[in-house]
Design a protein around this ligand. Structure first.
Ligand code: COA
Length: 205
């Protein structure tokens, strides 16, 4: 898979264990107005339906390919195993009517106290800055609740919305890498990173 994060500072074993414990305890991430909860295998059908819109899943290289009910169920199960190892989380953001309004996929590298957040908001919520505000809250949560020191993010070269989102939230562009999709196909990605002091300074925390 892709060679991220680009910045790698090794953290002591005790600190790594604290991060793994925080991941294992996590039940949901801070959101704007939806309820966030862990995805379970029972969600495979609705989550597959949500992702089947190419405007939602097209730009995201980490999703299973081909995108089928079975591959989405396996994706959810794999994330529950990642959570047990303290290395990954998959949250669904569900609205009052029970419909999926978005999802968040988190990768954690406890050895470097680093993490990546990816995801999407539903089509009817795109273009209204919901994704930007949700991402800001999510990044706050990764620093505050998971105790990370570095956040990393990637986007396809033509994903202007995500680029604006990350630039606007104070992430720094670090270069370009080749991301590898689960089916082995490749995609050029821009890489952004932000450290905790940079984040806190930018957002006046
Ligand atoms: C990427 C995403 C989270 C952004 O959230 P959003 O709430 O829809 O964001 P918006 O479109 O309201 O705003 C993003 C920025 O892009 C700008 N923008 C929107 N469409 C644009 C376009 N076609 N070209 C250039 N800029 C564009 C907006 O003006 C805004 O910029 P600003 O902050 O300077 O005002 C959301 O669109 C989404 O889920 N997309 C599908 C999945 C995806 O790409 N995920 C990210 C990869 S992990």
């Amino acid at each position: 898979m892709a060679d991220i994060p680009l910045t790698r500072t090794e953290y002591p074993e005790a600190r790594q264990e604290e991060i793994r414990a925080a991941v294992r305890k996590a039940e949901g991430i801070t959101t704007v107005e939806t309820n966030s909860r862990l995805a379970t295998p029972d969600d495979a059908g609705v989550f597959h339906e949500f992702l089947s819109d190419p405007d939602i899943s097209g730009p995201i290289y980490t999703l299973p390919r081909p995108l089928t009910l079975e591959s989405v169920r396996a994706f959810i199960e794999d994330h529950l195993e990642q959570r047990e190892r303290g290395e990954g989380l998959l949250f669904l953001n569900v609205d009052a009517a029970g419909a999926i309004g978005g999802y968040v996929d988190i990768i954690v590298w406890p050895q470097w106290a680093a993490g990546e957040l990816g995801g999407a908001v539903g089509k009817q919520r795109q273009g209204q800055r919901h994704g930007i505000e949700g991402a800001r809250l999510g990044f706050d949560w990764m620093f505050d609740v998971l105790g990370l020191e570095l956040l990393c993010a990637t986007a396809a070269l033509d994903n202007f919305r995500t680029a604006k989102l990350l630039d606007g939230l104070g992430f720094k562009r670090k270069g370009e890498i080749v991301s590898v999709r689960p089916d082995g196909t490749e995609r050029a990605s821009l890489v952004w990173e932000v450290t905790r002091p940079e984040w806190d300074g930018f957002h006046g925390r």
